[in-house]
Design a protein around this ligand. Sequence first.
Ligand code: MG
Length: 388
Amino acid sequence: MHIKSIESFVVHSQDTTTKEIHEQRNVGGHSGYFVLVHIKTEEGIDGWGECSTGSDYGEGAFAAKEIIDRAYSHRIMGKDPREFKKLWDILYASTEKYGQHDIGVLALSGVDTALVDISSKEYGVPACVLLGGCVSNEIPLYASLLFDMDDPGGTANKGKRYVGDHYTGVKFGWGMIPEKPFGKDFNKDEEIVRTIRETLGYEIKLMVDIGRYVNMSSSQALQLAKRISKYDITWLEEPLPRDDVEGYSSLTEMSPIPIAAGEGYRGIQDFKRAIINREVDLLQPDVGKAGGLSHTKTIIELAHSFNKSWVPHNWSTAINTAATIQLVASAPDGYLMEYKQESNPLIQKLVKGSGETFKIREGRIQVPKGPGLGIEIDEDVVDEFNVT
Ligand SMILES: [Mg+2]
């Protein structure tokens, strides 16, 4: 097989709720820029991947697109897509001077996933087969929602339907608007977590994602963890900036709640560092950020070798969700994945076909049986949201 063309598209779409609130209150936070990568072969098989380049003004997405168009495309044109591991190493090595822990790997993520999509289609199998075998037909989900710090009752009620829908867990994070984040006032933080726990009951897992609207120290995060640990929190996510390696290590050792992070890690070297330094209890690789589908598979195998648990981060388009399903389905130690609940056309409209994009039954997402990522992209929708 030979690669014939590589196209990349910067697409933009905000989640409905976030967009409304931002417009009403005239505040910033215009995230929602991603790069979709479309690779075609001489043999007529094509594949899609995504670079999950969240950035307020699209700067991350445009930088990744530039790298793909200007450099990666030249390096892999004419090559055999089934050699995706070898091609990953070539592209990664080419970024040594400017981006091995960030933009170079973000850009690589979409290319790698598209190559795995093509290769699996060539063999007529779902991508999980190519990654070692599809060991699950369905994957338990946790729902991801945002805190509204002005409305603890309303926030809690939003989580209620996932108890009825048999989701394994619900995660609340960040804050609807950057100016009123979770983590700014520990009294309010405890009140909202208590309200949520009392509303949802103790049968469902509850996770708290502090996110990046606040900046706290390791000792402040420990103080907060101690205050909310009585509400049975499954994990406390990203309480510190990703580079605070020492802070994470000491927090993880002392926190009564397991500490999770990893959506900010790029490539296996970041994960290796986090594991060796015991920075976290639980790793959260994102296929669209960590290096693509085949590379994230390597990352979770590294985690497995250290008996470290992992649950993929997933907060972007339908392509990343489809790739994440294939990743978890291929892993004997995969037990849970994140499923974004905010309404966004890049999830609901991007995939061809009538009805729901992904089949969810009793809080479990079904692994598609079709070849590759198991989805067909609607290129008219790509055009509609293309801001390149
Ligand atoms: Mg998070």
